[in-house]
Design a protein around this ligand. Structure first.
Ligand SMILES: Nc1ncnc2c1ncn2[C@@H]1O[C@H](COP(=O)(O)OP(=O)(O)O)[C@@H](O)[C@H]1O
Ligand SMILES: Cc1ncc(COP(=O)(O)O)c(N)n1
Ligand SMILES: [Mg+2]
Length: 548
């Protein structure tokens, strides 16, 4: 295959770190590199922030659980920028390795030089190195660039038992790479293979192996105990040439251990890149992998015996999948209370809530724009009692404090209320968070920050909310198409326009209508709710029959 001519590569020196953000504690501050145009006039220096960098030299795992893919996710989770030089493509999944396609050494060299001559790396981490030639190429390139540390995971056999690198690499590994390795991280079978088949099956043999392998050149040897059979203690042993250090952790019962070795080595590399000393780096990496295995233990991805980890569990999305009590179907008839309307008809909020649920409302929002906090709380508590009797979810509009105080099922936030991410951090994964969105950008952000549903409108002009911009059915459609979150239409929804909003073709995210005066400014709330349910049934049935 012809390759494009590329500019000649040369090593570059990296300028010393400068600028006020260096010690910032803002999350992701290390990723902020301000462009000169944003931060300074063209004749002043741009502010530069040092980003810790790891280069991973490893194989690709098409199944996303190990190799390059695990390395990049681990680094991302630990706040480190990760570049890659791919040594081989594997066709791999949770069942095993179906094929290996090694990358020619010349092209590996090109990748290494591209990355190191421009971006550079604090730490190089290696995984699958499929041939002696590939190891020799790597070592000759490493000679050309300043690297602070080299982490070597001597990948030979995948957890599935498939061979990823044969005994043919052992000579090059021992002669070229191990003498320049800062830490070598074999699992027990790999330790045995490095020692020509010596038995490494228990704690005592792990310690002996560490001493012997240390003689092959690496500054530190970490023998991983993931394969210790019959042990509940997953102990890893670090040997620095004079002392042994043990890192203990209890075994997590799970099928999801594919990629744990790659992730541990990458986590060590990431911690070293951030400036840790070796023992601290190993400790932090072990903690990260342990927590990640724990928090991934119930995932079902793929049908094989070796499932992957959820490296980015701190983002929380997958965990909430199994935990949230929210069901999108509950948006069908969303009743939003209005105390002035209810007063006019001589009923309390909780009485109105009882009636609307009996008529068929599928979720209730308590909305109070004027009430004092104490009164709002009392109303919310009384309404919640009713909603719980009927098993209908109840959320509080705007006021996270009231939602917390009465232990409501959740909160509905506007764009000027607390950000969804903060509300999620306060309420935890189990509570419902809805958010009002008028634009695709707002919808996308709601999804990213962890909302459960979107209320979108005003679809039609309304008196219940002052200065509320109308977005129309077209604006509603755009919001629906901008995130995977379920959407409830709100604003001026009356019995005569439900059909227009809900009938086919309807965006698949649109799950129901939110109604205020159509329910509560009526003499009989239950009758009004029944009426809406009948219109909804008709609109949905019609669209159903048209779609098929
Ligand atoms: N079931 C488990 N529970 C907890 N920790 C584990 C488990 N399996 C592996 N580990 C840890 O994951 C890391 C990777 O170890 P290991 O599985 O031996 O490597 P590899 O994936 O290279 O075979 C080690 O820190 C080990 O102690
Ligand atoms: C491309 C590639 N590299 C490495 C591994 C080892 O995985 P583990 O981390 O489970 O030892 C793998 N299965 N595939
Ligand atoms: Mg491994």
């Amino acid at each position: 295959m012809a390759m494009l001519a590329v500019q000649k590569l040369r090593p570059v020196r990296h300028p010393p770190v400068q600028g006020p953000f260096q010690k910032s504690t803002r999350p992701n501050a290390q990723f902020v590199r301000m462009a000169a145009s944003e931060s300074a006039t063209s004749d002043t220096m741009p502010i530069s922030v040092k980003v810790p960098r790891v280069l991973t030299v490893a194989g690709s795992d098409s199944g996303g659980g190990a190799g390059i893919q695990a390395d990049m996710k681990t680094c991302a989770a630990l706040g480190v920028f990760c570049t890659t030089a791919i040594t081989a493509l594997t066709a791999q999944n949770t069942i095993g390795v179906q094929g290996i396609y090694p990358v020619p050494a010349k092209f590996l060299e090109k990748q290494l030089k591209s990355v190191l001559s421009d971006i550079g790396a604090d730490v190089v981490k290696t995984g699958m190195l499929p041939s002696a030639e590939c190891i020799e190429t790597l070592c000759s390139v490493l000679d050309l660039f300043p690297i602070r540390a080299v982490v070597v995971d001597p990948v030979m056999v995948a957890t599935s038992g498939d061979e990823l690198a044969g005994a043919g690499i052992l000579d090059a590994l021992g002669k070229k790479l191990l003498p320049r390795t800062d830490i070598l991280t074999p699992n027990m079978p790999e330790a045995s293979q490095l020692l020509g088949g010596a038995s490494v099956t228990n704690f005592e043999e792990m310690k002996k192996a560490a001493v012997e392998i240390h003689k092959m050149g690496p500054r530190y040897v970490l023998i991983k105990g993931g394969h210790l059979s019959g042990s509940d203690d997953m102990v890893d042993i670090l040997y620095d040439g004079s002392e042994m250090h043990e890192y203990h952790g209890s075994r997590v019962e799970t099928r999801n251990t594919h990629g744990t070795g790659c992730s541990l080595a990458s986590a060590i590399a990431a911690e070293l890149a951030k400036g840790s000393q070796m023992r601290q780096a190993v400790q932090a990496a072990k903690e990260y992998v342990k927590e990640t295995i724990q928090r991934s233990s119930k995932l079902t991805i793929g049908g094989g015996s070796q499932g992957p980890l959820n490296h980015l569990h701190r983002l929380n999305h997958w965990e909430r999948l199994g935990q949230s009590h929210f069901k999108p179907e509950s948006l069908l008839l969303y009743a939003v209370t209005d105390s002035s309307m209810n007063e006019r008809w001589g009923r309390s909020t909780s009485e109105a809530v009882k009636e609307v649920i009996e008529g068929g409302a599928t979720i209730v929002q308590i909305r109070e724009k004027e009430a004092e906090s104490g009164d709002f709380l009392q109303e919310a508590e009384a309404s919640l009692k009713v909603a719980r009797e009927y098993g209908i979810p109840l959320v509080i509009n705007d006021r996270l404090d009231i939602a917390l105080a009465c232990d409501a099922d959740g909160v509905h936030l506007g764009q000027s209320d607390l950000p969804v991410s903060r509300a999620r951090a306060i309420l935890g994964p189990n509570k419902i968070i809805g958010v009002s969105c008028k634009t695709p950008e707002q919808a996308q952000r709601a999804w990213e920050e962890g909302a459960d549903y979107i209320g979108s409108g005003g679809v039609y002009p309304t008196n219940t909310k002052q200065n509320n911009k109308t977005i129309g059915v077209e604006g509603l459609r755009k919001v629906c198409e901008s995130s995977p979150l379920p959407v409830v239409a709100i604003g001026g929804i009356k019995d005569h326009n439900v059909q227009e909003v809900m009938a086919s073709p309807r965006p698949k995210q649109l799950r129901g209508v939110a109604v205020v005066s159509g329910l509560f400014n009526q003499p009989d709330v239950a009758v009004a709710a029944k009426h809406f349910r009948a219109i909804l049934a008709e609109a949905l049935d019609e669209s159903y029959s048209r779609a098929f």
